[in-house]
Design a protein around this ligand. Structure first.
Ligand code: ATP
Ligand code: PRP
Length: 297
């Protein structure tokens, strides 16, 4: 019971305890300077530097806990928020730029069913039963049929080959799992990614803002790098046209090189090769690209 007392006045932050999102979330917490010691098999860890308790839960259950106010905030997938039907009860505070995939209707490549509509009245297997019911309800009504929707907790792709389903609803990222099971996607129901969600009535509004801002900084730092280079003063405009920066580039004079300036600006990480090529073409030298672990922009 002492443990429960330890949670008093702490913001409760639910994070996935395993699975696809776990490693990414640990990196986010580390980058956000949220320190904690998690003892083996314990699903609650107190932060050592902030009034936060991390609660390790299945990603699928996190939306429910956040919506009910049992925890103040959490990290889960948009698909899980939708499946739990709590999108109106929680605030989606921030998209996290990982866990990106699509929720798709899939059928055997060589089978009879090649559309969503052709599955009406047949057998569908999924981990997303409540969402599936919503999808098939109007179709069933229009066709006067009843689609059978069955829950399985994982390895959904096996259901068609094993004779349990005519089609499945499951997540697709690279498509490898689907193809290996002899399936293809005939309809995309939603695209999804991981999100930071918060209870709308949490009393920890300031701390929620602080955590959100830190996590936003980690995500932004992954998208941007700092590009710095030297260029002749007369070519500054050619350089800054290539690296305008987020709010303008920083330009400073080079003491020992008359007529030269040093420029630094944030650029999108994925464009760094092209930008360095262009800077070289306009006569920039000593072009450096530096990554950073967090930022506030
Ligand atoms: N292949 C994928 N690519 C990207 N994101 C995915 C993928 N599979 C799942 N996700 C995202 O990760 C979330 C959690 O999926 P995961 O399969 O890890 O479930 P889990 O219940 O946490 O773990 P497990 O399946 O091991 O029990 C999903 O709701 C989805 O948002
Ligand atoms: O398109 P892909 O890149 O192959 O990814 C899709 C697979 O990833 C997820 O499952 P996961 O591997 O998390 O395991 P699970 O089947 O136990 O849920 C999802 O349920 C698919 O099976």
């Amino acid at each position: 019971m002492d443990f429960v007392k330890d949670l008093d006045n702490r913001l409760l932050f639910a994070v996935p305890k395993k699975g696809r999102l776990y490693e990414e979330v640990l990196k986010l917490l580390n980058g956000s300077d949220i320190h904690f010691n998690r003892k083996s098999r314990q699903d609650i860890a107190l932060s050592t530097n902030l009034p936060i308790a991390l609660i390790f839960l299945p990603a699928a259950d996190i939306p429910k806990y956040v919506a009910e106010g049992n925890v103040d905030m959490g990290i889960t997938g948009q698909d899980m928020v939708m499946e739990n039907e709590v999108q109106d009860k929680i605030s989606e505070v921030l998209e996290l730029d990982f866990g990106k995939c699509r929720l798709c209707v899939q059928t055997p490549i060589n089978g009879k069913d090649q559309t969503l509509e052709s599955l009406v009245g047949k057998r569908v297997v999924t981990s997303f039963v409540s969402y599936a019911r919503k999808v098939f309800e109007p179709l069933d009504k229009a066709a006067g049929k009843k689609t059978s929707i069955t829950y399985v907790s994982g390895s959904v792709e096996a259901a068609c080959a094993l004779g349990l389903a005519d089609g499945i609803i499951d997540l697709v990222e690279s498509g490898e799992t689907m193809r290996a099971a002899g399936l293809h996607d005939v309809h995309t129901l939603m695209t999804t990614q991981s999100v930071l969600v918060a209870n709308q009535k949490s009393s920890h509004t300031d701390l929620i803002k602080k955590i959100t801002s830190r996590i936003r900084g980690v995500i932004a730092a992954r998208k941007y790098v700092l590009c710095s280079y030297n260029i002749l003063r007369e070519n500054i405009q050619k350089g800054t046209a290539i690296t305008p920066g987020r709010q303008g580039a920083t330009v400073s004079s080079l003491e020992s090189h008359n007529g030269w300036v040093a420029v630094s600006a944030m650029i999108e990480s994925k464009q760094k090769g092209e930008i360095m090529d262009k800077l070289t073409e306009v006569g920039a030298t000593d072009i450096l690209v530096t990554t950073f672990s967090s930022c506030r922009v």
